[in-house]
Design a protein. Structure first.
Length: 445
């Protein structure tokens, strides 16, 4: 089959799933020559099997709100691929959640988890539940109802969910409590747990830390570093927060953050108590960053705009998918941005990625640059299996080493010449080879 025929077949089989098709196209474009050069993969029909989830679970989540009314949400778990380990990946609670978004996230997770070098398959789940305006009791009842169904499909050797947008420590706590109550077992079935009940230090910071460790490797590869650089970050959630802390530690200056209402430009740098303020904004459940400019008057709030118009040396998109388009990419290049490392999953549109490629800007896709979150989840699983709790120093060192190893894999498979690495190709090919070989070994399943 030709590449075009393959992509047309996937598109015909998955109508109304634009995000999933976007993720598949990006991978297939990168790996097709490797696929064609390996008759073993073709004989085993690896690609057609890879784009089909092993299992998709879709369920009703009924719950009672504070007014005594019954609300109904939709719950999902996409168990995408278990060739190299049990399904592993986050849960997203956001009003935009649908099958296309969860399939794209699950598909990306397969490659990301393979790159971590840890034995984890790929999965993703969530619900179209929106916690804005909900009381704590409502969030708890929703989580309990969600887990009442999900628990029969997951397990610490089968499928290990974690957080993502809208699912943080609070939600993981309620989900874990309900799992334990129904199954009568205390296991590491979820990651991102509280520190005094099986959680791992550094897990909250891990995605952002890892993204900055990865970007630092990209810069080091061209004999540069974070010292004195201006960094534009989007989002103000968990990932953006961890990235902001680590950028400051490495001597960079964070000049932006953003939310659905617009972005903040702070010429003095977002550091110290301003980073804690970010956390307060996030936990207020108000979904806005505008108050930052009132609290710190040297900063300016730009309503309805994205941070990519601010001159910067490094851009770290850490909010959500497709938040950086072709125009934004052109603006970054015009302003001499050197490096884009994705803290979020698929934040750059396909057109933006093409613009980066043509300009030979250093660009790393989320599956490589944000793998530190799930890698640290993998370390949490290992601690749970062993019944141990490692120290902060130990885990930070492991995380750092893992990000260096992911960078090395990208360079191995994506090196174009002495100066330029195509990280998109490197990440996709390295991840694909590992998964495809495991699938061949395990026969037609
Ligand atoms: P959070 O819920 O903590 O934060 C997400 C941030 O993005 C929030 O500020 C959110 O605001 C904002 N956001 C959502 N939609 C938009 C939008 N359309 N425009 C602008 N901002 C928006 O989630 P995380 O920080 O955990 O996740 C951020 C990204 O990182 C996601 O792509 C996620 O998949 C990815 N990721 C997360 C990992 C983790 O361990 N948490 C690991 C690897 C990747 P709001 O929700 O109010 O709309
Ligand atoms: O996108 C991701 O990698 C995550 N949301 C983290 C998944 C995990 O299992 O820790």
């Amino acid at each position: 089959m030709t590449k075009r025929a393959f992509l047309e077949k996937v598109a015909a089989k998955n109508p109304n799933q634009p995000e999933f098709l976007q993720a598949v196209n990006e991978v297939v474009e990168s790996i097709w020559d490797v696929y064609e050069a390996n008759p073993i993969f073709q004989d085993a029909n690896i690609l057609e099997r890879l784009v089909e989830p092993e299992r998709v679970i879709l369920f009703r989540v009924p719950w009672v709100n504070d007014a005594g009314e019954i609300e109904v949400n939709r719950g999902f778990r996409v168990e995408f691929n278990s060739a190299i380990g049990p399904y592993k990946g986050g849960l997203r609670f956001h009003s935009s959640v649908n099958l296309s978004i969860l399939k794209f996230l699950g598909f990306e997770q397969i490659f990301k988890n393979a790159l971590t070098t840890l034995p984890m398959g790929g999965g993703k789940g969530g619900s179209d539940f929106n916690f804005r305006g909900c009381s704590d009791g409502e969030i708890m009842r929703f989580c309990q109802s969600f887990m009442t169904e999900l628990q029969r499909h997951i397990g610490f050797r089968t499928d290990i969910p974690a957080g993502d947008i809208g699912v943080g420590a609070r939600e993981i706590g309620y989900l874990f409590g309900q799992y334990k109550r129904i199954r009568n077992e205390f296991t590491g079935v979820l990651t991102g747990k509280g520190l005094n009940w099986g959680g791992s230090v550094i897990r909250p910071e891990a995605t952002g830390y890892g993204t900055v460790y990865f970007a630092n490797e990209m810069l080091k590869h061209v004999e540069d570093g974070f010292e004195g650089k201006r960094i534009a970050i989007s989002g103000f959630g968990n990932v953006a927060w961890g990235a902001a802390i680590k950028v400051n530690e490495l001597g960079g200056k964070v000049v932006t953050l953003s939310g659905p209402d617009g972005y903040i430009y702070d010429p003095d740098g977002i550091r110290d108590e301003k980073i804690n303020y970010m956390l307060m904004l996030r936990s207020s459940n108000n979904d806005i960053v505008a108050p930052y400019a009132k609290e710190f008057p040297n900063a300016t709030f730009y309503p309805g705009k994205r941070p990519w118009e601010v001159p910067c040396d490094v851009a770290l998109p850490c909010a959500t998918q497709n938040e950086l388009d072709k125009k934004d990419a052109e603006m970054l290049i015009k302003n001499n941005c050197k490096c884009v490392a994705e803290g979020a999953n698929m934040p750059s549109t396909s057109e933006a990625v093409t613009v980066f490629g043509k300009a030979k800007l250093l660009y790393a896709p989320g599956k490589a640059a944000n793998a530190g979150g799930v890698a640290t989840s993998g370390l949490e699983m290992t601690q749970n299996y062993m019944g141990l709790a490692w120290t902060r120093e130990h885990i930070d060192k492991e995380l750092h080493q893992i990000m260096i190893r992911i960078h090395e894999q990208c360079v191995e498979y994506g090196r174009i010449d002495d100066k330029y690495v195509d990280y998109q190709r490197g990440a996709n090919v390295a991840g694909f080879l590992k998964i495809a070989n495991a699938m061949v070994d395990q026969g037609v399943v």
